[in-house]
Ligand binder design. Structure first.
Ligand code: SF4
Length: 208
């Protein structure tokens, strides 16, 4: 991973290199079964060189804490490692230029599950545009038996107030509870295929 990070630090393969302050390679537990992948660094991430440390990152920490999880238990990164100016969505060519770094990180960590933060990150993996409405709550199969799951990006959640049933915040609460159950089974070395139905049943029993 150090070699990958060294290469990211010296990368100038796309125009985002000219406007960045720092690269934001990612951080966390390299032995985790679960990776979180967002779209790209924001302003505070660009200044600090660390992923999800701004307001959205603090909300992500709270989401973890709501089910007694900590960010250090996971590896957290983004599709592009340099901040797009004004926090715009990364362009296709930028994502393409940066993708080999993310693939290298995935190959090193070998997660069982990748949680995409926002539909842009999921669309990157699926190589087709998807919306949160159609993708939320589903586990997608990806290369090497890895599953993909999508949650609302915390920066989107900062812009919505309602916590009513069916709202994005309420759905995020449902999603993180589901993820905790999945994470605990994966940590024990269980295969996703063997416990997916159990977990769904448990969640229905919890009133979801
Ligand atoms: S976004 Fe990725 S490809 Fe573009 S300069 Fe940064 S590290 Fe290199």
């Amino acid at each position: 991973m150090k070699e990958v990070i060294d290469r990211i630090v010296s990368c100038s393969a796309c125009p985002l290199s000219s406007s960045r302050t720092n690269v934001v390679p990612g951080e966390g537990d390299l032995n985790t079964p679960v990776m979180f992948v967002g779209e790209g660094p924001g302003e505070e991430e660009d200044l600090s060189g660390r992923p999800f440390v701004g307001r959205a990152g603090r909300l992500l920490d709270k989401i973890f804490e709501s089910v007694q999880l900590k960010r250090e238990e996971f590896y957290i990164t983004n599709v592009v490692k340099c901040r797009p100016p004004g926090n715009r969505t990364p362009k296709q060519e930028e994502k393409k230029a940066c993708s080999h770094f993310l693939y290298a990180q995935i190959a090193l960590i070998q997660p069982k599950l990748i949680v995409c933060l926002g539909a842009t990150a999921l669309s990157f993996f699926l190589e087709t545009p998807v919306t949160m409405k159609e993708a939320r709550g589903r586990f997608y199969s990806w290369i090497g038996g890895i599953r993909l799951f999508v949650m609302y990006h915390p920066s989107y959640l900062l812009r919505v107030q309602s916590k009513a049933p069916g709202s994005p915040k309420y759905q995020t609460w449902e999603d993180i509870k589901l993820l905790k159950k999945v994470y605990e089974r994966l940590k024990k070395g269980e295969s996703f295929d063997t416990f997916e139905k159990d977990i769904r049943r448990e969640m229905e029993g919890d009133g979801q």
